[in-house]
Write a protein that binds this ligand. Sequence first.
Ligand SMILES: [Zn+2]
Length: 532
Amino acid sequence: MLDFTLIETGEEFEQFCEELLLKKGIEIISKPSRGPDYGVDILANVTVFDNLGIKEKQRVLIECKHFARSNRSVRESDIGNVIERAISTNCNKYLLITSTTVSSVISHQLEGISNNPSIPISATFWSKNDLDKMVYEFPDLKERYFIKTSQSNTALDLNIEPKINLGIHSHPDFTQELNSIIKIWNSKQHHVLFSIIRARRELETQLISSGSISEDEASSIANKMRDEAGFNPDDGIIQFCEKRLFGGPYYQLFASGTEHDEEPPNTATISLQFMRLLAENEKNKETTIHTMIIQSIIHVISTGIGLNAHDETRGCIMDFDDNMTDILVGLKNGPKYCNSCEKQILRMGAEFLLELAKSAREYLNSIQDTSKTLIRMELRDKRKEVSGDDYDFDIALSFAGEDRDKAELLANALKNKNVNVFYDAFQKAELWGQDLYSYLSDLYRLRAKYCVMFVSEHYSQKLWTNHERKSAQERAFKENQTYILPIRIDNTEIPGLLSTVGYLNWNNESVATIVKLIINKLKNDKTATNNV
Ligand SMILES: [Zn+2]
């Protein structure tokens, strides 16, 4: 429901009515009169067709009453003798527009006038409920009159929803770093609720493999990702892309899109390829990369709510336009807004953006340059160069702590046969202090060719008790079946894993036979067969 108390004066309300009438195709003859009026507010012409189909113009007396602030209905004494006034202004129609309602006396009186054949005048009223429905058709009117701006009356084109749900695609190379900053951001402000999104592998590998991709393709992937993660259509998605991103003839650092042109964009793609290019000559590459990732996210959120990018060099988050050297100045400065952007943010009432930037600065200052993001990124690039292969590991083991003894037996046996296996104890240094669950899930999903999953009661408990988005993950399992190789320890069902998938039963096999089957699977894979 529209809040009419946002319209401050009667004059402003008349102005609003006039604009609404024009939008509805009603021709205004005389504008609202100012000063001591004679009860005449607006004179207008409407075109109607009579029963014979003959077009005729009719003159309407329109009266506007704005009592929203005192919240009372329009009474008889407020409008006087309608018939007399209509006749004296040569009108055969009378319309009362009010930002509240009308008293029942007035309602009956206007109805009576219209129904009385001896009075040559028809009369009606539009109450706030009617206006509410009408304004719905004209979003620009709504924006101008019914959206609060905190201080000045500078008309800004923006639409700050009460709360933004934002899913950020968990890129396997910096999942941990994303987790850390998102935790901080969620604790420091409550306007944007950040969460990590994990999607089906096929979808995500489209983003993390090399090559190039158009804005539209990227946007369509983001839309699918949002859907599969169980988010609402209006929720925002930010995703990272290894590919070169192009819109028109140019490669870009960002692209944003939406399914419907009139809505603000709700997907954004950030090109890591471009970031690496930018970081190439920087001394402190690791920090530069982190700053870029964080700054890009803030930038995307800022543009999403109506702040404009600028290409003047001001060392600002919004200074991400056109010129690479400008962008680097902004990165050196850290996540900050320039004075002019900060002023605009305050006018928009979007202080949470300042909070995002401030806590990001503190976070970036607090981390030491020992994270392995860049090493992970470079490793992937080198592996791709050498083998043309997107995967860091042949096999990743996914298991519950309670089943570690079995996993370890298999890991050692695979290692002895020169299978490139991911087993957490082999990667201790890298995993120290990390959130194992999310690390492993990203890893088995994206960085290994196959995932051997030890299916047990413990495993199913670990998966489902800690995860809010069960159905999304269940679906992910279904979609990911070609690379999940399940080994059954007991009879627990994992939702999403079909029972017809070739399970190996730990109790019926030896470690040696399992290793043999896995090696066969990898070999068969090389000769392009693919059956589990
Ligand atoms: Zn700026």
